[in-house]
Write a protein that binds this ligand. Structure first.
Ligand code: FUL
Ligand code: CA
Length: 490
């Protein structure tokens, strides 16, 4: 009897273990990983740039530094109109050119007279940075700052004292205007300028003059959540062109040995490096108009909504972030045509991605890590980038199949990796079930934060994703099928 009891106890215990299984651990991370602030930043995907200064009134792209403060006088400045136009495009934040190369400050800095405080606008009592940041916070957009390191107005430029001046201004901006999501550090540096009346050419040694690590520390200390942009990071990098096009693929990783702001290989910035040592993803900066600043002569050269939509695929769709510049005009408003394109673009994006057709599918995978629920392929369809499908370590080329009760028609496929475990997948293929067999309709190199495929409409009742190359088991967060909604928008 006693024996019977202990034998059944043993059986019971082993049954219990078999059902619970040993806990399934997540895959080990692969390669460089995003920091928390970078992971949050990836989620934004699209935000805006706002170039506004004396150039808006002088019809220049790079002010000389000699402009009188009296030049700055927007007749109808309305921060809410500007921010609402950005918001209508679905942009999640706005980075304002608080000071461009001409040195004119859009806020009443206590370190210079060359600012709004000596302009006729609001009798010198205005603060563009205040009004724009307030409007951003009111309408739920994040606010970021551009503070040009090159300053063609300052007499100090080129001397060590200028770096102190620059840092003092940065402190003003980082402490007086609420949370800052990104600090944009421009790489254009040095050349001719007014420089307090000297009117000469000043060159600086870009490798040491600014002592960037010290400045980055100030940003970390005052705004720990802010990502720092420069040509080469540390948090996000330039994409190597101002045309709005990321490389295909555009790896989030790169090695920056020997590079510094103003000196990096543009081709490699564009593509990233598969074996890069650091996680420094690309940011795609381009303008809705030919120039960064508003020019009357460019009012008929504003990008259309569908043009912006194309660039969405060439930036966001390749795992980079898109920063679209929309400059206010000399009234201090976003010009009518720009407003129209932004709203149209926003409508296309929100309508297209409103319904993930994949959600109605039954999903099966060739392998699920530990065979349990935690890493199930259903995680691909829950709209949550923090849950993911993963396979056993040894399985690096799995596939996942979506089966529909009725055929679906889509022309966009969306894939996302689970970034906290690194950029893992190197190649994938997509198949549709047609006439009783699998037919490949797309494929690509790299997935990363977001990978979009866009093509001719596909109608089918079965779709298959094959991971065809990966140095480690994949960890995929999301899978989406969408139908483009561009009708009637231009
Ligand atoms: C460049 C600047 O020289 C342009 O004027 C503009 O601000 C662009 C975003 O960055 O380096
Ligand atoms: Ca998910």
């Amino acid at each position: 009897m006693k024996r019977f009891f202990s034998a059944s106890l043993c059986l019971f215990a082993s049954l219990l273990l078999a059902t619970a299984g040993s806990p399934v651990t997540p895959p080990a991370p692969y390669g460089p990983l995003p920091s928390d602030r970078q992971y949050q930043w990836h989620d934004l995907e699209m935000y805006g740039f706002c170039h506004f200064t004396v150039d808006t009134f002088t019809d220049r792209e790079w002010g000389l530094g000699s402009e009188s403060e009296s030049v700055f006088n927007p007749t109808h400045f309305d921060a809410e109109q500007i921010v609402k136009a950005f918001k209508s495009a679905g942009l999640k934040g706005l980075i304002l050119s608080c000071k461009h190369h001409d040195g004119f400050c859009l806020w009443p800095s206590k370190y210079t007279e060359h600012s709004v405080k000596n302009s006729p606008w609001k009798n010198g009592r205005g603060d563009v940075v205040r009004e724009i940041s307030d409007a951003c916070h009111k309408y739920g957009l994040k606010f970021g700052i551009y503070l040009s390191p090159w300053d063609r107005n300052s007499a100090l430029y080129g001397k060590p004292e200028y770096v102190t001046y620059y840092r003092n201004q940065l402190r003003e901006l980082l402490t007086n205007y609420g949370p800052i999501f990104e600090v944009w550090l421009d790489g254009a540096n040095g050349g001719t300028g007014y420089y307090g009346g000297a009117n000469e050419r000043r060159t600086i040694d870009k490798t040491v003059y600014y002592d960037w690590p010290t400045t980055w520390n100030i940003i970390r200390e005052l705004q720990p959540g802010a990502v720092i942009f420069s040509d080469v990071g540390p948090d996000c990098r330039w994409v190597g062109n101002e045309r709005g096009i990321a490389g295909d693929p555009c790896w989030a990783t790169i090695s920056d040995d020997g590079w510094y702001p103003g000196h990096a290989d543009e081709k490699l910035l564009n593509s990233g490096m598969r074996d890069g040592k650091k996680w420094i993803p690309a940011e795609v900066d381009f303008s809705i108009r030919p120039g960064w600043f508003w020019h009357q002569s460019q009012n008929d050269k504003v990008r259309s909504a569908t043009d912006l939509w194309d660039h969405y695929f060439e930036s966001v769709g390749r795992g980079a972030s898109m920063i679209l510049n929309i400059p206010p005009d000399s009234r201090g408003l976003i010009y009518e045509k720009d407003v129209q394109s932004l709203a149209g673009f926003g409508r296309i994006v929100s309508q297209t991605f409103a319904v993930n057709l994949a959600k109605s599918a039954q999903v099966t995978a060739s392998n699920v890590r530990g065979g349990g629920k935690k890493f199930s392929a259903k995680n691909l369809l829950d709209g949550n980038r923090n849950t993911y499908w993963a396979t056993d370590d040894a399985v690096t080329t799995p596939e996942v199949t979506l089966t529909f009760k009725k055929p679906v028609t889509f022309d966009i496929v969306s894939l996302r990796e689970y970034l906290p475990l690194g950029q893992r997948v190197e190649a994938f293929a997509l198949d549709q079930w047609r006439d009783g067999q699998w037919v490949q309709f797309a494929g690509g190199t790299g997935i990363g934060s977001h990978r979009l495929w866009r093509g001719e409409p596909v109608t089918t009742d079965k779709v298959r994703l094959r991971i065809t190359q990966s140095p480690a088991c994949p960890a995929l967060a999301e899978f989406g099928l969408f139908k483009e909604a561009v009708a009637g928008v231009n």
